[in-house]
Design a binder for this molecule. Structure first.
Ligand SMILES: [Zn+2]
Length: 110
């Protein structure tokens, strides 16, 4: 963007990413079972699988193809001292994302 890294590091305090998800219709969604292996491959931890109930879209007179409404999800990353240093050092987005993860911030997928 043509902005010097030290300007970014000194002025940036928080980065937010947002996505809108389609939500399932509560009137017609149906429970589904997926294999633990498939869920772990998609990023779930073993501990998350214990009480996990997943649903699939069906479709009814009250929705559009099983979906009704939207839900916003957000990834927020406060600029820590380590992330600020990474920006100044010109590290790439993958390296900065790793620092955010180590600091305990969840990404959008999580
Ligand atoms: Zn429906």
């Amino acid at each position: 963007m043509g902005v010097a890294p030290y300007h970014l590091a000194s002025t940036l305090s928080l980065v937010i990413a947002q996505r809108l998800l389609r939500t399932l219709c509560n009137r017609c969604k149906k429970p589904v079972k997926l294999s633990s292996r498939a869920l772990i491959q998609e990023g779930f931890s073993q501990g998350q699988l214990d009480n996990l109930q997943l649903f699939a879209p069906v479709g009814c007179d009250h929705c559009l193809a099983g979906y009704k409404g939207r839900l916003g999800i957000y990834e927020t990353v406060p600029i820590t001292e380590a992330i600020s240093r990474a920006i100044i050092n010109g590290e790439n987005s993958i390296q900065i994302a790793e620092l955010a993860s180590k600091a305990g911030f969840n990404n959008l997928r999580q």
